[in-house]
Design a protein around this ligand. Structure first.
Ligand code: A3P
Length: 290
């Protein structure tokens, strides 16, 4: 239905409706109080959006029930078409601070975010689990190109031929800028290991100070099990001809290490050799690769 080929914007393959609205996206001007959540797709975006929304509302779940996630926390680069509401349109009717989501690589983030010194949280997930999650998402998401067979998907991932481009360049791009731009750089694996520690880290970064009880509530409300059943967070608002949850649910497994169920030993070895070449210039402390 919507599975159009990707179109490049400054060398990055994007969904064609995003590429066609590029000038509008690039010219977007956030409020200085807006908070940007940036990720490569499937790294833990929705989870972080929920945590930040609860932090801003002192753990009040009712405040987060006012709308489902894409409407409550706009997706910057979706300008058209339906069914995911246009982020830029939504923001016109929202009071700052807004929680803005983007999958754009660092160099494509509208420059006004940096001019306005917006708080920015980047979430990175280890490459193999990120790819597995993206593969299942591309199977169920009819707005992105067909993933094709798993074997070929690995090659596409390694060549950066998926929507939003190369995972390697994405995680490196934000990593290199994190100090200059005051970006809070988080890891999905850390969030799984100790969600409370990471919620507190986000709270401090946002200059908030909530009670221990409220923090505990936020940790509970943002657990995988609760978010999976929460219609305001689990994307069940998107019609099934767009997100087909019967193919794979949006809230799929929420685990670290699911790549072991997908990669053969040969694929793992080939992937690791290529990974080392691409990642050797930086020392980003990813875990669970072996
Ligand atoms: P899996 O496909 O591995 O299950 P994004 O929000 O960036 O699209 O990322 C989606 C991935 O994050 C999915 O991974 C989803 O299950 C997982 N996820 C969403 N909410 C989560 C939570 N509260 N805890 C752990 N994982 C979560």
């Amino acid at each position: 239905l919507y599975r159009f080929p990707l179109l490049p914007v400054r060398g990055i393959p994007l969904m064609n409706h995003i590429a066609n609205s590029w000038d509008t996206i690039w010219a977007f001007r956030p409020d200085p109080s807006d908070i940007l959540i940036a990720t490569y797709p499937k790294a833990g975006t929705t989870w972080t959006q929920e945590i930040v929304d609860l932090l801003l509302h002192n753990g009040d779940a009712d405040a987060c029930k006012r709308a489902p996630t894409p409407a409550r926390s706009p997706f910057l680069e979706i300008v058209s078409p339906p069914p995911i509401p246009s982020g830029i349109d939504l923001m016109k009717n929202m009071d700052p601070p807004r929680i803005i989501k983007t999958h754009l690589p660092f160099q494509l983030v509208p420059p006004a975010f940096w001019e306005n010194k917006c708080k920015t949280i980047y979430v990175a997930r280890n490459a193999k689990d990120n790819m597995v999650s993206y593969y299942h998402f591309d199977c169920m998401n009819k707005t992105q190109p067909e993933p094709g067979p798993w074997e070929g998907y690995i090659s596409k991932f390694m060549r950066g031929e998926l929507a939003w481009g190369s995972w390697y360049d994405h995680v490196k791009g934000y990593w290199k800028e994190r100090e200059k731009r005051n970006i809070l750089y988080l890891f999905y694996e850390d969030m799984k290991e100790n969600p409370r520690r990471e919620v507190e880290r986000i709270m401090k970064y946002l200059d908030l100070s909530l009670s221990d009880e409220v923090i505990s509530r936020i940790v509970e409300l943002t657990s995988f099990e609760i978010m999976k059943e929460n219609p305001m967070a689990n994307y069940s608002c998107i019609p099934t001809h767009v997100f087909d949850n019967s193919v794979s649910p949006f809230m799929r497994k929420g685990q670290v290490g699911d790549w072991r169920n997908h990669f053969t030993p040969e694929q793992s070895k080939m992937f690791a050799e290529d990974y080392d070449k691409k990642m050797k210039e930086v020392n980003i402390p990813f875990r669970t690769l072996i």
